[in-house]
Design a binder for this molecule. Structure first.
Ligand code: GLY
Length: 331
C-alpha cells in the first residue's frame, strides 16, 4: 500500500514537473522564449516628462541597445531635470528637509533592482541597476544604498534646490509641520517598454510625495507596486499616491490579470476600481497605471481626470490624455 502511494506521489511530481516545463518553455533564466510580435518597439511613460524620457529610450533601442538600458537611460533624463519637483534631487523634500529618492528597474529576464530612501545621488535608478546586476540582492535602502553607490563610483550631490527649499519653508509655515496627503505633486516617472522582439523592461523613479514623514517609502521602488515586468506576459507601472498603490500590489495585480486574459486596459481599469474598494477618500487622491502586453496592446487608466502619458511607437512620441474613473476635474 505504502509503495503504491509512493509510486502515485512520484508519478504526480513527475507530471507536475513536465507540465511546468511545457508551460514555461525555458531551460534557464537566460533562455526565455520571447513570442514573436508584429509591431516595432514601444515605449510608454507617465506624465509630460515622459516625452523627453521616451525620446532617449527610443534612441537607445534604435542603436540596438538592450531594452533595460533604454528604460534606465530614459528615466535618467527626468532624474536630471532640475525643473522636476518630484523626481531626482530637485524633488521636494520630506518634512524634515531631506530629499530621499526611491527607484527600481526590471530587465527582460524579470531580474529586479531597487533603492529606497537614498539621499544625495543624482541617478537612483542607475544605483538600482547596479544592485540588480552586481549584488545578490534586490533592494538596498538608506545609508547602505548610499554607501553602495559611493563604492561604485557615484558622487554625492546637493540634496535640495532653492525652489524646493522655498516650497518646504512655505509648507511648514502653512501646515504647522504636519504631513498631509498631497494631491498635486505625484509625477513619478514610470516607464515600460516592449521591443519588436517581444522583450520587456521597466523603470520607475521618484522623490516621493512632498513633505512626507522622514523614512516614508512609497510604491515606486517596490517591485510589484510601482513596477512589474513578467517576461512572458508584459509590464505595468504606476504613478500617484504610493500608499494606495501599495495596498493592492498594483502593478503585480495588473500583470497577473493580463496573464489571466484581461487586456492591459481592462487590467488597469480593474486595478483602479480595486483601489476604490480599499482606500478611503478616493476623491482626494490620484493614482494612474500604464500597462503593455506581448501583442503591444496598451493600457492607461487613472482615478481622476488629468493623467497624461507619453507613448512612443512607429516614429511618433505623443502625449495622450488617459481615461479616468472620475470624469470631473481633479479637486
Ligand atoms: N508614487 C510615488 C510615491 O507615492 O512615492
Amino acid at each position: 500500500m505504502s509503495s503504491r502511494r509512493n509510486f502515485i506521489r512520484r508519478a504526480s511530481a513527475a507530471a507536475v514537473t513536465a507540465w511546468l516545463a511545457s508551460q514555461w518553455s525555458r531551460s534557464a533564466a537566460t533562455d526565455i522564449v520571447h513570442p514573436p510580435v508584429t509591431d516595432g518597439d514601444i515605449v510608454l511613460s507617465t506624465w509630460p516628462a515622459g516625452i523627453a524620457a521616451n525620446a532617449r529610450a527610443m534612441q537607445i533601442l534604435k542603436e540596438k541597445g538592450r531594452v533595460v538600458d533604454a528604460v534606465q537611460e530614459g528615466v535618467m533624463v527626468t532624474e536630471s531635470d532640475r525643473t522636476s519637483t518630484s523626481v531626482g534631487l530637485s524633488g521636494f523634500p520630506d518634512r524634515d528637509g531631506h530629499v530621499t529618492l526611491d527607484a527600481c528597474i526590471m530587465d527582460e529576464e524579470g531580474n529586479a533592482g531597487s533603492v529606497t530612501f537614498l539621499e544625495g545621488i543624482e541617478h537612483p535608478v542607475a544605483v538600482a541597476r547596479l544592485v540588480m546586476d552586481r549584488t545578490p540582492h534586490v533592494m538596498l535602502s538608506g545609508d547602505g544604498a548610499q554607501q553602495f553607490a559611493l563604492e561604485n563610483g557615484f558622487s554625492l550631490k546637493k540634496g535640495m534646490s532653492e525652489q524646493a527649499r522655498a516650497a518646504w519653508e512655505k509648507w511648514k509655515s502653512e501646515t504647522g509641520y504636519k504631513p498631509v496627503i498631497n494631491k498635486d505633486n505625484h509625477d513619478t516617472i514610470g516607464m515600460i517598454a516592449r521591443t519588436a522582439e517581444g522583450k520587456f523592461a521597466g523603470a520607475c523613479t521618484t522623490s516621493g510625495t512632498a513633505f512626507k514623514y522622514h523614512g516614508r517609502v512609497g510604491d515606486s521602488p517596490i517591485i510589484g507596486a510601482g513596477l512589474f515586468v513578467d517576461p512572458m506576459v508584459g509590464a505595468a507601472t504606476a504613478t500617484g499616491l504610493g500608499e494606495a498603490i501599495l495596498r493592492i500590489c498594483g502593478t503585480h495585480s495588473i500583470v497577473e490579470m493580463m496573464r489571466q486574459g484581461l487586456t492591459p486596459q481592462q487590467a488597469c481599469v480593474e486595478a483602479i476600481k480595486r483601489i476604490t474598494f480599499r482606500q478611503k477618500n478616493v476623491q482626494d487622491l490620484q493614482v494612474a497605471f500604464l500597462a503593455i502586453n506581448r501583442n503591444g496592446d496598451i493600457g492607461a487608466f487613472s482615478l481622476q481626470k488629468g493623467f497624461q502619458y507619453a507613448l512612443a511607437k512607429e516614429g511618433r512620441n505623443e502625449l495622450i490624455d488617459a481615461p479616468a474613473l472620475f470624469q470631473g476635474e481633479k479637486k
